[in-house]
Design a protein around this ligand. Structure first.
Ligand code: FO1
Length: 311
């Protein structure tokens, strides 16, 4: 049976699950709708970290240990940029820089980000459809006790150490979903909210006008995978942000955020004791190993999700 799957994704968690799904669905139809709120300009180049993390992972080029960038990188350009007086706290490897050079050149020719992304992904041999949630500029701004920070300033330069008071997605009200996004959400058999940060990665996707409504009206089996396991984030600042915004730091806290949006919550074996509380929210619960170790771990979780369509 060929089924179509759409994933709403941010960085690492979304990328790994997308890779598992690509392996679990040979010849299947996989679309990744990806956050662009983390996009930034460095050294005059447009960088799309989440799109690139998904793209490199699907292409088998990802640096598995770091979770971002290209494996086996060199840093000759960055070293020279530092010598020329540029701020180099945002680490860009030589191969990764080639992506940003090409992306920026094509955007400057007036081509939309979705078209540019499709071209880059095809060149790297990615079969899945990779869509930025919007072609319009949306930038995540992080309110902290030290003031409002641009996303990468908060995340990389200050190592997500600041308490998060609020989040804004600058430009989102005027943003339109990129071509194909709404259809991919509405027409999928399976719609997966990846185990990405609910506030930093998933919310800026849902906040693009029309996307949340498309999820709510989708005919798909809608599934979210918790990025919180045993009260801790698998990666990144999701736990601190849940806490500082007043939510339960648990898979139950995540389930409450998604209760109106999805039909099924997938939680880790470590959180099996939360099953009844999540069921009380009106969600079906699947308990499985959600830690995606290696390509086989990614594929195993993906197969659990695909199996939900038949039920
Ligand atoms: N994350 C870091 O922690 N430090 C970096 O220097 C860094 C550079 C970087 C360059 C390109 C890219 O695509 C991603 C990069 N990331 C880096 C990851 C990125 O900041 C985050 O993964 C996402 O924006 C959050 O999902």
């Amino acid at each position: 049976m060929s089924i179509s799957v759409t994933v709403l994704a941010g960085g690492v968690g979304g990328a790994r699950l997308a890779h598992g799904l690509a392996r679990a669905l040979p010849g299947g139809d996989l679309t990744c709708v990806v956050n662009v709120g983390d996009d930034t300009e460095r050294h005059g180049l447009h960088v799309s970290p989440d799109l690139d993390t998904v793209m490199y992972t699907l292409a088998g080029l990802d640096d598995e240990e770091r979770g971002w960038g290209v494996t086996g990188e060199s840093y000759a350009v960055l070293d020279q940029l530092a010598r020329l007086g540029e701020d180099t706290w945002f680490t860009l490897g030589d191969r990764d820089l080639a992506t940003h050079v090409v992306r920026t050149a094509r955007l400057r020719q007036g081509r939309p980000l979705s078209e540019v992304t499709a071209g880059l992904a095809a060149s790297l041999g990615v079969d899945a459809r990779l869509l930025p949630v919007t072609d319009d500029p949306v930038r995540t701004l992080v309110g902290t006790p030290s003031g409002t920070l641009a996303f990468q300033e908060y995340f990389v330069r200050r190592r997500h150490a600041d308490a998060v008071l609020d989040l804004r997605f600058d430009g989102v009200e005027a943003a339109r979903p990129a071509p194909g996004v709404l259809d991919a959400v509405r027409d999928a058999d399976l719609l997966v909210v990846a185990p990405s940060n609910p506030f930093l990665s998933v919310e800026p996707v849902l906040a693009v006008p029309g996307v949340r409504e498309a999820v709510l009206g989708s005919g798909a089996r809608r599934v979210a995978v918790s990025p919180i396991v045993g009260g801790r984030a698998v990666k990144g600042p999701a736990a601190q942000i849940l806490e500082s915004l007043g939510h339960d730091v648990s898979a139950l806290g995540v389930a409450r955020l998604y209760a109106d949006l999805v039909d099924v919550m997938v939680i880790d074996d470590a959180d099996a004791a939360l099953t009844a509380s999540i069921t009380d929210l009106g969600l079906d619960v699947v308990v499985t190993d959600t830690i995606m170790v290696g390509a086989d771990g990614r594929e195993r979780l993906a197969r659990d999700l695909v199996g939900l369509v038949a039920r």
